[in-house]
Write a protein that binds this ligand. Sequence first.
Ligand code: 4AD
Ligand code: MG
Length: 457
Amino acid sequence: MTKVRIIEILKRDDFGSNVLVNGWVRTRRDTGSFSFLEINDGSCLANLQIIADEKLDNYEQEIKKISAGCSIVVSGEIQASPAKGQAIELVARSVKVIGWADPETYPLQKKRHSFEFLRNISHLRPRTNALGAVSRVRSRLNFAIHQFFEKEGFVQVHTPIITTSDCEGAGEMFQVQSTQQTAATQEAGEHFFGKQAGLTVSGQLQAEVYAQALGQVYAFGPTFRAENSNTSRHLAEFWMLEPEMAFCDLDCNMLLAEQMLKYLLSDVIENCQEDMNLFNAFIEKGLLDKLENVISSRFEHITYTEAIERLLSSGRKFEFPIKWGIDLQSEHERYLTEEVFKLPLVVTDYPAAIKPFYMRVSDDGTTVAAMDILVPGIGEIIGGSQREERYDILVSRMEQAGIDLEEYDWYLDLRRYGSVPHSGFGLGFERLVQFVTGMANIREVIPFPRTPGYAPC
Ligand code: 4AD
Ligand code: MG
């Protein structure tokens, strides 16, 4: 008999045919001469109801002892369900228990558990409705990203995870060393890679290399930041998507980012309906309207200087005082995108002093061609810029930032040989998943979150 996943069974109407299904039991309920088993196999949010009659030969010895968390294999007949809320049920011919789960200790009982509680059992939490749904939506978004860039003619580049350059220059790198290296051998300059290496904070610089050969590329992979910020939007390990385009200025960059976000939101609304309805009903009321509104609106654009003016005239008391030159804090970003514009907001032309060395200096000499995209509920979801393609200006920016030019000679070569205007951005993938699902904390949208003091399995 063919094994069928629940998502397929629930679509069928060939009543009377036999199928084999695997899954984990969510609940068992006994009534008179039979038991109802609700099972889930992860293929979709919905459970399949199994009817197990007392005439089954292991009914008393096994079936009546089945509890939440047990894994079972069922063969049975597809039938139209007389019950409300489901179209299909399976009348079992046999129910085989594969793995028992002690009801005294199995932590996932029928009641709703808090996300904080579930974080302490990150190895079991994907078996819950919400975390299972997040996993499927995350996977779909990942797939849609590759589909979008394939469609647009981009080449994916696998940028390195171990690197010797600190792209953002923010001093947030984790060091990489072999266990054989003691502090003393490192002190003596003996590094495994010949020099101090770390985990990447961004694949951008390497993506730039490939953009200046292949035209349009994207990197998508794990990124690491030793940021000591325990917030609902920061992780020490997260995934970043980084497209990079040659012959592309800031406008072309912003257009791509807007088109991409709209494509991804439309894709997930279309292809993850059941999971999205769950988020809309239980996680963020009005989520689907919010996303539809983003898809159908044009993103608002303001400059950093205009943003500062808006904040100054808001009459609001912010924790971090406003003045031209400050880095926008989450409270400022959220005020602008949630209360003023109520839409994704693209903020451009930040002060050069608060942005990394690679961003292109504007004619005013004080700002750079940067763009951050802010969304309601999250704040910054994308950070990007046009890159400085002029050799002399780049060198002086690097000198100001105290960067060792020799270490970045390869990067400067890109400006020595056939330099072109080019742009790109970084999308925080978990922040996108948060925006799409409405999950309040970023720790719920990555399978195994890593934050300061926390990396359980
Ligand atoms: O703004 P960031 O730091 O930009 C860069 O790293 C550029 N090199 C990207 C580029 O132009 N290719 O980071 C990009 C995005 C942020 O907008 C945010 O969404 C996300 O990455 N991000 C984080 N997400 C989770 N946890 C953290 N600690 C994050 N830091 C940044
Ligand atoms: Mg940023």
